[in-house]
Design a protein around this ligand. Structure first.
Ligand SMILES: C[S@@+](CC[C@H](N)C(=O)[O-])C[C@H]1O[C@@H](n2cnc3c(N)ncnc32)[C@H](O)[C@@H]1O
Length: 372
């Protein structure tokens, strides 16, 4: 019978296998499952076992798993164990990759009955040892930093994604992690391309910037401070504004306060900015009136066509990975309708056929798209 043992958080298990695969054995299987979910299979006599896991994103996840399970069942069958006899357990899967747990259950529930379930949820990276002989699965886990988490893709549709995110989560994914000065190449692009272009082409026109899906607002303050600094240095005379929106009203209400708990590293790294545009007390950063006047916060669902136009740059970072291609295309069409040409759009992953169909130019160095 498959049973479960959790090591203390400091416990450590070396792992040999990692990523996507089906691993077989009669002796211990050592697998680094990260934040993924793993399916364990065992012959009733313990002579043979398998561990199946995939770090693929949603598009490929189901396909990969179905293939791996098929291969595994065939292998067990050759060893003399039909699927109906196998013992099965599902282990692991962090809260923010919850959809993997759900999808795996959905995929395997008809093949294996009486599936055991162990150590679901939490924000952990896990390594496991599975000993088919004794049936014991030993799990070691390490706390994960939610900001490090790359959800790969939740592949949500426009409807389910927007509905979920307005309530603060989608597809089981709690996804509003954000940080100060997060997407480094977007700041480089502002400095090297976007602001110089604006000042060369329309020096007297307002510089309008949209932080679309700004979460709790650290992003908006970061861009406002950076743009203010660049324009001041360039002795520019144009006014500027950062429009900062998110679908989640609670986040926007918090962002308007302009007060943040910053971690020690942020304070160390961005002290000059925080002191110039606000004040630091302990681990709290409070932004002052001067910078706040340049930011306009509001709730907005990216599904809607924006009424405001004339943005020189739109940043919609760490959002596209949650949505399917249709939703991504829809968001991009909305952004294209809202930029001043040449316009710059910084978003997450977009497939080349979409970029071509929308006649966008890729600026690979900055991971940015351009509307000519
Ligand atoms: C992971 S956070 C990214 C925040 C910030 N852009 C960053 O990179 O740090 C994703 C944000 O997207 C927002 N979001 C998701 N779907 C949205 C939509 N349809 N319209 C507006 N905001 C959306 C969520 O509410 C969440 O705050």
């Amino acid at each position: 019978m498959i049973s479960f043992k959790l090591l203390s958080e400091a416990g450590h298990l070396p792992a040999i296998n990692k990523g996507t695969g089906a691993w077989f054995g009669s002796k211990t299987l050592n697998v680094d499952i990260g934040q993924n979910t793993v399916l364990l299979l065992r012959s009733p006599d313990g002579s043979f076992g398998a561990a199946i896991s995939s770090s693929d994103s949603a598009n490929a996840y189901k396909q990969t798993l179905v293939h791996l399970i098929k291969t595994t069942v065939a292998r067990f069958s050759r060893e003399g164990f039909p699927a109906a006899l196998m013992e099965a357990a599902i282990v692991g899967g962090a809260d923010n990759a919850r959809w993997k747990w759900d999808r795996m259950l959905e995929i395997v529930k008809n093949d294996f009955t009486n599936i055991k379930k162990f150590d679901e949820g939490g924000l952990y990276y896990r390594t496991i040892h599975f000993d088919p002989k004794s049936g014991l699965v030993t799990v070691a886990r390490k706390q994960a930093n939610p900001n490090d988490w790359n959800p790969a893709s939740a592949n949500l549709s426009l409807e389910s994604g927007t509905k979920g995110f307005s309530e603060g989560h989608a597809g089981g994914v709690v996804a509003n992690a954000t940080r100060f000065f997060r997407e480094k190449t977007s700041f480089t692009a502002l400095r090297e391309v976007v602001i110089p272009t604006h000042l060369a082409e329309t020096p007297d026109e307002p510089f309008l910037f949209w932080s679309a899906a700004c979460s709790a607002g650290a992003e908006a303050y970061s861009y406002a401070m950076y743009i203010h600094r660049l324009l001041t240095r360039a002795k520019a005379t144009c006014p500027f504004k950062v429009f900062a929106t998110d679908i989640n009203q609670k986040l926007i209400e918090g962002a308007k306060n302009g007060e943040y708990k910053a971690n020690k590293n942020d304070i160390k790294e961005y002290r000059a900015y925080f002191q110039r545009y606000g004040e630091i007390s302990g681990e709290t950063v409070r932004f002052g009136k001067e910078i706040r006047q340049f930011i306009s916060f509001g709730t907005f669902d990216l599904k809607q066509r924006p009424r405001r136009k004339g943005f020189r740059m739109i940043v919609c970072a760490n959002v596209f990975q949650y949505y399917d291609d249709e939703a991504r295309t829809h968001f991009l069409e909305n952004f294209i309708s809202a930029v001043r040409r040449p316009g710059y759009i910084f978003v997450g992953p977009v497939r080349d056929p979409i970029i071509h169909a929308l006649r966008l130019k890729k600026l690979a160095k900055y991971k940015m798209l351009m509307v000519e």
